[in-house]
Design a protein around this ligand. Structure first.
Ligand code: ZN
Length: 475
C-alpha cells in the first residue's frame, strides 16, 4: 500500500471512529427541553386553579426523556380578571430553560339561570307574577334582580347577562291566566269588643293582588254593628280582582255590657290574684273598676308587698274580696300546724289593721294539692291535717280550676289570655289563678274580662258563700 493510501485509510478511520461518533453524540446527547401544549398567551377561567405546564428534557430519540423541575415566576391572581406576565423556569441537572407566558384571567362562564315553572302564567295586564327565577353568576354572584323577561309569541324569554357580557337564556311557554284571589288582611283583631253604647271604630282591611296590586280601595264591608244593642255581630270584608277572583274575611264584633253582679246562676268567673299586693295592683284595680268587675286578692306580707297597704284598703273599699295567702309565703310554714297558723294569723291581723275586716278566706301557698310541703313536715301529711283544721277553725279555703300559666310556664300576656279563655266552657264556676305581682299577667286581665262579658259570664268576688273549688290533697 502506498503511503497516500495509508493516510487515506487512517483519515477514514479517524473520521469513522472519532469525528462521526463525536458529532452523533453531540447531536443526540444535547439536552433538549420541551413543554407540553405551551402557548404564549393562555386563558384561565376566573377562580379556576392555575396549572403548571409539565416539562421534560430529552436527549434525542435514543435515550428518551426525563421530567424536569418547573417553577413559575410572577403572580397570577385568578380571582381578579386581567393579564399577568409569568415566566416558567425549567431546570435539570443545573441547566435551566425559560419560557415567558401571558396569562389572561377571563370570565367566559354565563350565569346559571333557572326558572322553576314549566309554564308561566301571566296576568291580563301582561305582568308576570309568581315566577321562581334565579340567576347566579360565578363572577357577579346573585344577579336574579337583573333577569330580564320578554314575550316572544307564545313564550316568555328570560335572559340573564353578567357584567362581562356572558348571557344565559331560558324559554318557557306562556299562558295568560289569573286564578289567584287577592290577599285580604284585616287591620286590627278578628274579634273586637265594644262596650254597650260606646263607639265601634272600623279599622278596615288591606288587599293586594298578584296581578292587580293594591286593591284596598275595592274592599267592600257588609254587615252592621249596633252598639246600642248587646250581641255578636259579623262583618264580612270582600274584594275581587279584575279577573273576578274573590277573597273574603270576617270579623266578629261583640257589643257587651259591663259586669252586672246577678244572683248566682249561669256561668261565673272568679278572678283571683295571689302573692300581692304589688306596684301593678293599682292599675289592675283601675281595669276591674272600668268593667265593674269584682275580684279576689289573696294577699301576703312579703318584702315586695311593703308600701302597698293603701292598695289593699282600696281593693277592699271597692268591693273586692281580700283573702289570706299567709304572711311570709315561705313553704317552711308547712313544718307544723302551729307554724302555719302563726303565719296565717299574722296576715289576718294585718288585713284587719288595714281594712277593719277579719278575713276568713284563705288560699294555701302552692294550693291544697301541693307536695312541696312534704319537704318540711317530716312525714306528718300536713296538708291532710291543715285542710281539715282550717275549716274546723272557721276558715274557708279555695283552690282554682283555671290555670293562667303565669306561675312560671309563661311570661307572655297573649298566652295568659288564651290559657284562660280557652279553659272557659259551660260550667257554672271558674276560679282563675293569677298573680298580681307579674305585670304581664295583670296586662292580660282586660282581654279576659272583655271575652268573659261578651260570652255571657259574670265576674264575681269569691266569698265565704261561693261554691267550693278544692283540689285533691296529695300530702
Ligand atoms: Zn302564692
Amino acid at each position: 500500500m502506498s503511503r497516500n493510501k495509508k493516510l487515506l485509510v487512517i483519515f477514514l478511520c479517524v473520521l469513522l471512529f472519532v469525528v462521526v461518533p463525536a458529532c452523533v453524540s453531540f447531536v443526540l446527547l444535547r439536552p433538549k427541553f420541551q413543554v407540553n401544549e405551551f402557548v404564549e398567551t393562555e386563558q384561565v377561567q376566573y377562580n379556576a386553579p392555575m396549572e403548571y405546564h409539565a416539562g421534560e428534557v430529552c436527549y434525542g430519540n435514543v435515550f428518551g426523556c426525563s421530567d424536569v423541575q418547573v417553577k413559575r415566576e410572577g403572580e397570577v391572581n385568578t380571582s381578579s380578571l386581567g393579564c399577568y406576565q409569568v415566566t416558567y423556569v425549567y431546570s435539570y441537572q443545573g441547566k435551566e430553560f425559560e419560557l415567558k407566558q401571558v396569562v389572561e384571567v377571563v370570565d367566559t362562564t354565563p350565569p346559571v339561570l333557572t326558572v322553576q315553572e314549566e309554564e308561566i302564567a301571566y296576568c291580563p295586564n301582561g305582568s308576570v307574577p309568581n315566577v321562581t327565577v334565579s340567576a347566579v353568576d360565578n363572577y357577579d354572584g346573585d344577579i336574579t334582580d337583573k333577569v330580564e323577561k320578554r314575550f316572544e309569541g307564545e313564550e316568555i324569554i328570560f335572559e340573564s347577562t353578567d357584567s362581562v357580557g356572558n348571557t344565559s337564556v331560558v324559554r318557557k311557554k306562556a299562558v295568560q291566566k289569573d286564578e289567584e284571589g287577592p290577599v285580604l288582611t284585616l287591620n286590627g283583631d278578628e274579634s273586637i269588643y265594644v262596650l254597650l253604647h260606646e263607639r265601634y271604630v272600623e279599622e278596615g282591611a288591606k288587599a293586594t293582588d298578584n296581578c292587580d296590586g293594591d286593591l284596598t280601595s275595592e274592599i267592600t264591608i257588609s254587615g252592621e254593628v249596633n252598639t246600642d244593642k248587646e250581641g255578636e255581630y259579623t262583618l264580612t270584608y270582600s274584594v275581587k280582582d279584575k279577573s273576578g277572583n274573590e277573597s273574603s274575611k270576617t270579623r266578629k264584633v261583640y257589643v257587651y255590657q259591663k259586669n252586672v253582679d246577678v244572683t248566682p246562676n249561669g256561668k261565673s268567673i272568679y278572678l283571683t290574684f295571689d302573692d300581692g299586693p304589688s306596684k301593678y295592683t293599682s292599675e289592675l284595680l283601675d281595669v276591674l273598676k272600668k268593667y265593674n268587675v269584682k275580684a279576689t286578692f289573696f294577699v301576703t306580707d312579703q318584702n315586695l308587698t311593703k308600701g302597698y297597704d293603701s292598695v289593699i284598703k282600696r281593693a277592699y273599699d271597692e268591693g273586692h274580696s281580700i283573702g289570706l295567702h299567709t304572711s311570709s309565703h315561705s313553704y317552711s310554714i308547712y313544718s307544723s300546724i302551729d307554724t302555719y297558723f302563726n303565719d296565717l294569723y299574722a296576715i289576718q291581723d294585718k288585713v284587719k289593721r288595714i281594712t277593719g275586716y277579719t278575713s276568713m278566706l284563705i288560699r294555701f301557698p302552692g294550693g291544697s294539692s301541693n307536695t312541696i310541703s312534704k319537704n318540711y313536715d317530716h312525714g306528718a301529711r300536713i296538708m291532710s291535717q291543715l285542710s281539715k283544721e282550717v275549716e274546723r277553725r272557721g276558715f274557708k279555703y279555695v283552690d282554682w280550676n283555671v290555670v293562667s300559666g303565669d306561675a312560671g310556664e309563661t311570661t307572655n300576656t297573649a298566652e295568659v289570655v288564651s290559657n284562660v279563655i280557652n279553659s272557659l266552657g259551660n260550667k257554672s264556676t271558674y276560679v282563675v289563678l293569677q298573680h298580681d305581682i307579674k305585670d304581664f299577667s295583670v296586662d292580660a286581665v282586660e282581654s279576659i274580662i272583655q271575652f268573659g262579658l261578651a260570652h255571657g259570664y259574670t265576674f264575681r268576688a269569691y266569698t265565704m258563700s261561693s261554691p267550693t273549688v278544692h283540689h285533691s290533697i296529695n300530702n
